[in-house]
Design a protein around this ligand. Structure first.
Ligand code: PHE
Length: 338
C-alpha cells in the first residue's frame, strides 16, 4: 500500500505540473481526490492494513493528500498570474487614475428649483402651457392691440401658419383661467422667445417664471408683499428691491421690479428682474368671453400677475456679468456651480 501511495503521489504531481489550464487542473483534482479518485480509492484500503501499521500508512496518506492539494493550489495561482500578466501587457498599472468629474445642476435649473420651492410654500401651484402659441393666448386675450410693437414681425418669431413662439409666459395665465374658476394661484416657469438684439443682458431665448393670483379681494399690497418676500427669500433679507411704475397692456397699475446686482469688479447696479401688476379688468372680460361664463367677473374678482426673468435672477444670485454665459455651456463656467 505504501508503494501504491507513493506511485499515486508521484504521478499526481507530474500530472498537475503538466496541466496548463484551469480545466486540466480541475480534471486532475477529480481524477485523484474525487469520489472515484485514485487516492480516495486507495484510502479505502486502510481497513485491511494491520493495526500496527495503521498510524504510519495514515500519515503517508495525509502527507500525499496535502502535497497534492497544495500542488493544485499553487498551479492554479500560477496560471491565474500568467493570465493577468497577459491581460495587462502594454498597460502600466502603476499610473495614477484619472479623477472623475461629478456633474452639477446648471445655475438656471438651480434657481428655478429654488424659486418654485419658495412660491409653492406660499401656496402657488405649478401650471404649464405650450411654447408655440396662437395670437389669442399670447396677445388678444391679454389686451394687447393689433398695432402693439410686440405683434410686429421684427420682434416676434412667427410661423407661416400665423402661430408664434410665445414672447412671454403670460399666455399661461390665459390658458389657466380658461380651464379653472377662481380662486387661481399658479406659477408657470418656461422659455420665452423674442427677436432681441443679443447682448450682456438679452438673449432671444430666455426663461421666465409667470405668476397669477386671482381671488375675491387680492390687492396691490398682496402683490408687493408677495414679491418682496420672494426676492428676500431668494437673495437674502438685505437685498435692495425697487418697484418702478411701468406699462403692460394686461395689468393696471403695472410695475417693473429691479434688484441691485453686486458683481465682482463692477459698481453695483439695478437690474430689471420682473414685470408685474394688477390684472386689467379687460383681461377678465376676454377670459369670460372665451369661457362663455362670468366666472371672472371684474366686479367680483381681482388679481395680480408677475413675470420674472429666471436668467436675470441667476445673474444676481451669482454675480454673473454676462447672460450669454448661461447658454454657452463652457465647462470652466459651469464647474463653479458643483
Ligand atoms: N409678460 C411681461 C413680460 O414678459 C411680464 C409681466 C407678467 C408683466 C405679468 C405683468 C404681469 O415682460
Amino acid at each position: 500500500m505504501k508503494d501504491q501511495i507513493e506511485t499515486i503521489q508521484t504521478e499526481a504531481l507530474a500530472r498537475i505540473e503538466a496541466a496548463n489550464d484551469a480545466r486540466a487542473i480541475e480534471d486532475a483534482r477529480v481524477a485523484i481526490l474525487g469520489k472515484q479518485g485514485s487516492l480516495t480509492k486507495v484510502s479505502a484500503g486502510m481497513r485491511d492494513v494491520p493495526k500496527e501499521d495503521k498510524a504510519l500508512v495514515g500519515q503517508l496518506l495525509n502527507a500525499a493528500r496535502q502535497a497534492i492539494t497544495s500542488a493544485l493550489d499553487s498551479k492554479k495561482t500560477a496560471l491565474q498570474d500568467a493570465q493577468d500578466a497577459e491581460a495587462l501587457k502594454g498597460i502600466d498599472p502603476t499610473l495614477p487614475g484619472r479623477s472623475v468629474h461629478h456633474g452639477s445642476l446648471h445655475p438656471l435649473t438651480h434657481i428655478r428649483h429654488e424659486a418654485i420651492s419658495i412660491l409653492r410654500r406660499m401656496g402657488f401651484a405649478l401650471a404649464d402651457g405650450p411654447e408655440i402659441e396662437d395670437e389669442f393666448h399670447c396677445f388678444d386675450a391679454l389686451n394687447t392691440p393689433e398695432d402693439h410693437p410686440a405683434r410686429n414681425e421684427k420682434d416676434t418669431f412667427y410661423f407661416d401658419s400665423g402661430k408664434l413662439l410665445r414672447t412671454h409666459t403670460s399666455s399661461v395665465q390665459v390658458r389657466t383661467m380658461e380651464g379653472q374658476a377662481p380662486p387661481v394661484r399658479i406659477i408657470a416657469p418656461g422659455s420665452a422667445y423674442r427677436r432681441d438684439e443679443i447682448d450682456a443682458t438679452h438673449l432671444s431665448v430666455f426663461n421666465q417664471l409667470e405668476g397669477l393670483y386671482v381671488d375675491t379681494d387680492v390687492s396691490l399690497g398682496d402683490l408687493k408683499g408677495t414679491l418682496e418676500y420672494f426676492l428676500h427669500e431668494l437673495f437674502g433679507p438685505e437685498t435692495e428691491v425697487r418697484f418702478r411704475p411701468h406699462f403692460f397692456p394686461f395689468t393696471e397699475p403695472s410695475f417693473e421690479i429691479d434688484v441691485k446686482l453686486h458683481a465682482k469688479g463692477q459698481a453695483p447696479k439695478w437690474i430689471e428682474v420682473a414685470g408685474c401688476g394688477m390684472v386689467d379688468p379687460a383681461v377678465f372680460d376676454q377670459i369670460n368671453g372665451s369661457r362663455k361664463d362670468e366666472a371672472f367677473s371684474p366686479d367680483q374678482v381681482t388679481g395680480f400677475a408677475f413675470g420674472m426673468g429666471l436668467d436675470r435672477l441667476a445673474m444676481i444670485r451669482w454675480g454673473i456679468r454676462d447672460i450669454r454665459l448661461l447658454i454657452e455651456n463652457d465647462s470652466r463656467f459651469l464647474r463653479q456651480f458643483g
